[in-house]
Design a protein around this ligand. Structure first.
Ligand code: NAP
Length: 298
């Protein structure tokens, strides 16, 4: 007999109302899988981008190939969750029924449901009791993106760092991680979010509705753009001679242009999808328990 759960199902690309709550078969774990009873998940920018197929210029066809030509191939969105293990496959040794966990399904999605089945060696770590399910569920998407881009962008203590879109999921993780590393952080956000950014560790804030950081004289060792409006052509003169530009959101022409810049100048442009690593999720869980990383929940 098939047992059902409730899931938020997206059967076509479109506006929010294409997502409906449906009965869906509870997945049955294979020998190497765990079945997680989901207690909390997030709705992230990745979910609305895939649902609406709002993809950076140049990646439309690649996205349809990756996510489904005419409709999402994985109709249950959601890339991060926290919950409890309720069943394990016969070969699973690292998790047991009853374990509380944090999981990042990433591009495989599937978190917007009452249950998510994942391989036991996927990006899953134990959730310490000190973390609520809600906080734990919100650690991975912004946090792993920030960690991966900072690793590729070689963030160092003492760097002067500007985060464009600082009050978003990725931006707020970047503000905290850069400040923790010992960087001097400038957060670009709307004025209403300036105080929150200072509490997260920003030394300076710029209200983008009043001031254009690209027209100021301050230069930065590292600029991270999570908004998509700070391409190299606009910000190159506010990068230091060895400056790095992290394009969290990049069009295909910008990514191709990055290869040219990286081979012909001392500047470095880093773009492309962030990696999904279990060690990064473990780091974020540890930081959250210590109070060094708090995901912003809207
Ligand atoms: N490359 C990757 O692997 C990867 C991974 C994750 C996300 N992403 C992409 O990164 C982008 C950001 O993701 P997110 O989840 O952080 O989005 P988000 O939570 O929606 O945050 C976006 C932020 O941008 C700010 N903003 C809007 N207009 C701005 C402007 N003109 N100047 C400065 N800030 C502005 C908003 O701040 P205010 O409220 O203060 O206006 C908002 O907080 C998304 O497009 C997502 O697709 C890429």
């Amino acid at each position: 007999m098939t047992v059902h759960m409730k899931a938020a199902v997206c059967r076509q690309y479109g506006p929010p109302h294409v997502v409906t709550i449906e009965d869906w078969p509870i997945p049955v774990p294979g020998p190497h899988d765990v079945l997680i009873r989901v207690r909390a998940f997030t709705v992230s920018s990745a979910d609305w981008r895939i649902r609406s197929l709002s993809i950076p210029y140049g990646f439309g066809m690649a996205s349809r190939l990756a996510f489904g030509i005419t409709a999402p191939r994985q109709p249950i969105l959601g890339s991060e969750l926290a919950g409890d293990i309720v069943a394990t496959g016969s070969a699973v040794r690292n998790f047991a029924v009853g374990d509380a966990v944090v999981a990042f399904s990433g591009a495989k999605l599937g978190a917007h449901a009452e249950y998510r089945c994942m391989p036991a060696d996927a990006v899953i770590v134990h959730k310490p009791p000190a973390l609520s399910y809600e906080t734990a569920a919100a650690l991975a998407f912004g946090g792993t993106t920030a960690l991966d881009f900072f690793r590729r962008g070689r963030l160092h203590a003492g760097d002067r760092v500007l985060i464009n879109g600082a009050s978003g999921t990725v931006g707020s993780a970047m503000v905290q991680l850069a400040a923790q590393t010992g960087a001097e952080v400038t957060a670009v956000c709307s004025g209403a979010n300036a105080e929150a950014m200072q509490q997260l560790g920003a030394a300076h804030t710029i209200d983008y509705t009043r001031v254009d950081f690209a027209e100021q004289s301050t230069r930065y060792d590292l600029i991270a753009d999570t908004v998509g409006n700070a391409p190299y052509s606009r910000v190159r003169h506010v990068l230091t001679p060895n400056g790095r530009l992290l394009l969290i959101l990049a069009t295909l022409p910008q990514m191709l242009g990055a290869m040219w810049v990286n081979t012909t100048s001392r500047h470095r442009i880093i773009a492309g999808p962030a990696s999904e690593r279990v060690d990064d999720l473990r780091t974020l869980v540890d930081m959250a328990v210590d109070g060094r990383f708090t995901p912003l929940i809207d």
